[in-house]
Design a protein around this ligand. Structure first.
Ligand SMILES: Nc1ncnc2c1ncn2[C@@H]1O[C@H](COP(=O)(O)OP(=O)(O)OP(=O)(O)O)[C@@H](O)[C@H]1O
Length: 635
C-alpha cells in the first residue's frame, strides 16, 4: 500500500468514528430537543408489567357501533381492564375529572434565557431590576366532568381555552409558568394515572399513506405483543367503523399537491390514531378549525358518540353552530382566563338569563355567550361598558362556584380513602419492533414518492456528469496533478453538500410525525434514525454515491484500479452518511428548514475552511488549528 493510500485510509478511519459520534449525538439531541417529550408513566418507571384492554376471549366480539349513537352512555358496556383476550374500544375505564381553583401565571419579566424578551431586556439594561412581572393566564377555574360527557371550553380569542386544556392535559412546558390548584382524575392527581390521549390542532399525518395504513402502523407501534397481529387489524377496522372512515379507508391522506382525504376525514384519522390507545379521557384542541359547517357538525357528533361509550371528552372550540351546541354536556366559558360559567349545558342559558343576559330569539347561544364574555375594545366607551359587564359576570360566577365547588372535609377524606387502583398504562413497542415497523413505513413512503427517489438519483448522475465534464480526462503533468486535487475536493464537497440540503428539507417534513409519536411515547430517536437509512439503503444510500463515483471517477480519468476506485467510492459513501448525520443534527437543533439549513451551512463552511484548501493551516491562529483534524471534507 502506497503512502497516499495509508493517508487516505487513515482519513477513512477518522471519518468512521466521527459518523458514529455524530449518530450518537443525533440520538441524544433528538431525544432531548423534542419539545413535547413526555416522561415515562409511573408504571413504566416502576417496571410494572402492563396489560392491554381485554375482555374474555370466548365472549363473542362486541357489536361495533357504526352509527352515531347519541343516546345516554350505556354504562353496562363499560368494563375495567381484566385478563387476556380481545381488544375492544367498548372497554373504557370511567374517569371523572375534578378541576379545583386552577390558576396559571407566567413570568413575563425580561430574561436572558428567553430571546423573545431581549428587546425588553435591552430597555431595562442598567436601570436596575424591577422584580418579576407576571401575567395571569388562568384564574380559579373549577369544573366537575363526569365520565361519558362531552365538555366544550368556550371563549373569545386569547381567553385561555388552549391554556386550560393544556394545563389539565399536563402539556404546559415552561419554567416561567407557575400553577396552583388541583386537577384530579378519579381522585388522583396526574393525568398519567389514567389512559388519556390528546388530539392536536394540526393533522400530523404522512400524506402518502392510506387511512387504513396510517391507523395500522399506529396500532403496530402502540399495541405491542401480547396483542396479536389479528387483534391489531381488528381494532383498526373497529376504529374505521367507529369514526365513519369506511368509505375513505383506502384513500391516501394527501396534501396540497396531491388531493386525498377531506379536511374532516383527516381530523377523524387524527382522532382515530389517538383512539387506538383506547383513552378514557380524550383532549382535543380546536378540532373543528378549518372544517366547513357540516364536517364540523359530523365531527362533534362523532365525539359525542365516543363520549357515550363512557369516555370523558374535553375540547376547545371556536364558534360552534347551534346544532353543535346541543351536543355538549358541559361548558366552561372563559373570559381573559377567568371562568364566567362552568357547568352543564342545560343550566347555562338560565344562569345568564338570571343575570339579565337574555338569549335573543334565533341567535346561536354559543355566539351570544362568547360575545357577552368578550371585551370590546373598538372604542374607549365600548371597552368600559364591556369590561364592566365581564367583571359582573366573573364576580357572579366566583360567588356561585364557591357554593358549587367547595370540597367539604368529608368529601376530602372520602377522596383520599377511596383512591381507586391506578389503571396500568399500555407499554409501547420495543426497539426492534419500532425499527421494523418504522422501516416498513419509511419504505412505503419512499416508494410512493417516485419523484423524490428519482430526484436524488438524477441529482447524483447530473452532478457527476457536470463535474466530470469540467475535470474531463485530466492529464498526468504538473497542472493535471493540481486539477486532480481540485477534482477530489469538488467530488467530496459538492456531492455531500447537495445531499445535506436535500436531506434537511425531507427531515423537516418528517420530523413533526416523529415529534408527535415521540411525545406519545411510541417512537424513540434511534429506531427513527436507523429506519430512515435502512429503508433508503438500496434506493438511495448505496446507489447515489455509487452512480456518482462510477461516472465521475472514470470521466476524470483516475487510475483504472479496482482498489483505488473502491477507496474513492468508500469516501463518497462515508461523505454521504456524514451529510445525513449533519442534516439530522441540524434538524434536531432547529425544527424548521431555514434554521436547520443555516446551522448545517455554518458547520459545512467551517469544515470546508478547516480542510486546508482555502487557507494554509499554519496561517490560522494556533487555538483553531486543530479543526483540520476533524474536517470530513477530505483534501
Ligand atoms: N407561555 C406563555 N407565555 C406568555 N403568555 C402566554 C403563554 N401561553 C399563553 N399565553 C397567553 O395567554 C392568553 C391565552 O392564550 P390561549 O392560547 O390559551 O388562548 P385561546 O383562548 O386558546 O386563544 P385562540 O382561540 O385565539 O387560540 C394569550 O394572551 C396568550 O398570549
Amino acid at each position: 500500500m502506497g503512502k497516499d493510500n495509508v493517508v487516505l485510509w487513515a482519513r477513512v478511519g477518522l471519518i468512521l468514528p466521527l459518523t458514529a459520534v455524530g449518530l450518537f449525538a443525533d440520538v441524544l439531541a433528538m431525544a432531548s430537543s423534542n419539545p413535547n417529550t413526555t416522561t415515562p408513566s409511573h408504571d413504566e418507571q416502576n417496571g410494572e408489567k402492563p396489560v392491554t384492554l381485554d375482555i374474555d376471549a370466548n365472549e363473542p366480539s362486541s357489536p361495533v357501533s357504526t352509527s352515531m349513537d347519541l343516546g345516554r352512555p350505556d354504562l353496562s358496556r363499560r368494563r375495567s381492564v381484566p385478563a387476556v383476550g380481545h381488544l375492544s374500544l367498548d372497554d373504557v375505564e370511567a374517569v371523572e375529572v375534578q378541576i379545583r381553583n386552577l390558576s396559571v401565571t407566567v413570568d413575563t419579566s425580561p430574561s436572558i434565557w428567553d430571546p423573545a424578551t431581549y428587546p425588553d431586556l435591552l430597555k431595562t439594561f442598567g436601570k436596575g431590576h424591577n422584580g418579576p412581572t407576571t401575567k395571569t393566564l388562568l384564574s380559579s377555574v373549577n369544573a366537575s366532568l363526569k365520565p361519558g360527557t362531552l365538555t366544550a371550553i368556550l371563549g373569545g380569542s386569547g381567553s385561555g381555552k388552549t391554556t386550560l386544556l393544556n394545563t389539565v392535559a399536563e402539556r404546559m412546558f415552561s419554567s416561567r409558568l407557575s400553577q396552583s390548584g388541583t386537577t384530579t382524575f378519579n381522585g388522583q392527581q396526574g393525568v398519567h394515572s389514567v389512559r388519556h390521549a390528546y388530539v392536536m390542532q394540526q393533522d400530523i399525518l404522512l400524506p402518502t399513506l392510506t387511512v387504513r395504513e396510517t391507523l395500522q402502523y399506529s396500532a403496530d407501534l402502540r399495541l405491542p405483543p401480547p396483542t396479536t397481529k389479528e387483534e391489531r387489524m381488528r381494532i383498526v377496522e373497529e376504529v374505521i367503523l367507529e369514526l365513519g372512515l369506511k368509505d375513505c379507508a383506502n384513500t391516501r391522506i394527501g396534501n396540497s399537491q396531491h388531493r386525498g382525504c377531506s379536511g374532516g376525514e383527516k381530523r377523524r384519522v387524527s382522532i382515530g390514531v389517538q383512539l387506538l390507545a383506547n383513552p378514557s379521557i380524550l383532549f382535543l384542541d380546536e378540532p373543528t378549525t378549518g372544517l366547513d359547517a357540516t364536517s364540523a357538525y359530523q365531527l362533534v357528533r362523532t365525539l359525542k358518540a365516543l363520549a357515550n361509550k363512557g369516555r370523558t371528552i374535553i375540547t376547545t372550540i371556536h364558534q360552534p353552530r347551534s346544532e353543535i351546541w346541543d351536543l355538549f354536556d358541559n361548558l366552561i366559558i372563559l373570559s381573559k382566563g377567568s371562568p364566567v360559567y362552568s357547568g352543564t349545558m342545560k343550566e347555562c342559558i338560565p344562569w345568564f338569563s338570571d343575570l339579565g343576559f337574555q338569549l335573543p330569539a334565533f341567535v346561536n347561544p354559543a355566539e351570544f355567550l362568547i360575545d357577552q364574555a368578550a371585551i370590546d375594545n373598538r372604542s374607549p366607551e365600548l371597552e368600559e361598558e364591556s369590561t364592566a359587564r365581564v367583571e359582573r359576570l366573573k364576580a357572579a360566577w366566583t360567588e356561585e362556584s364557591q357554593k358549587l365547588f367547595s370540597t367539604s372535609a368529608s368529601e376530602k377524606t372520602a377522596e383520599t380513602k377511596d383512591k381507586p387502583k391506578r389503571p396500568r398504562i399500555g407499554q409501547h413497542a420495543n426497539f426492534f419492533r419500532q425499527l421494523r415497523v418504522l422501516t416498513d413505513r419509511a419504505l412505503k413512503v419512499t416508494y410512493r414518492d417516485p419523484m423524490g427517489m428519482a430526484g436524488s438519483i438524477m441529482e447524483a448522475i447530473l452532478m457527476a456528469i457536470i463535474t466530470g465534464y469540467i475535470f474531463f480526462n485530466l492529464s498526468r503533468d504538473q497542472p493535471g496533478i493540481r486539477s486532480r486535487q481540485a477534482a477530489l475536493y469538488i467530488s467530496v464537497g459538492l456531492q455531500g453538500y447537495l445531499f445535506l440540503t436535500f436531506e434537511i428539507f425531507r427531515l423537516t417534513l418528517d420530523i413533526p410525525t416523529f415529534d408527535r409519536e415521540n411525545s406519545e411515547g411510541c417512537v424513540t430517536a434511534l429506531p427513527f434514525i436507523l429506519s430512515r437509512r435502512l429503508a433508503r439503503l438500496f434506493t438511495e444510500d448505496i446507489p447515489v454515491p455509487f452512480l456518482y463515483s462510477v461516472i465521475f471517477y472514470f470521466m476524470v480519468g483516475f487510475d483504472s484500479d479496482v482498489s483505488k476506485f473502491f477507496t474513492f467510492f468508500s469516501i463518497i459513501l462515508l461523505n454521504h452518511y456524514i451529510a445525513v448525520t449533519l442534516a439530522m443534527s441540524s434538524v434536531s437543533a432547529v425544527r424548521h428548514f431555514p434554521g436547520a439549513s443555516l446551522i448545517a451551512n455554518l458547520a459545512y463552511t467551517l469544515q470546508s475552511m478547516a480542510c486546508g484548501y482555502f487557507i494554509q493551516s499554519n496561517t490560522i491562529p494556533v487555538y483553531v488549528r486543530w479543526t483540520k483534524y476533524i474536517t470530513y471534507t477530505v483534501s
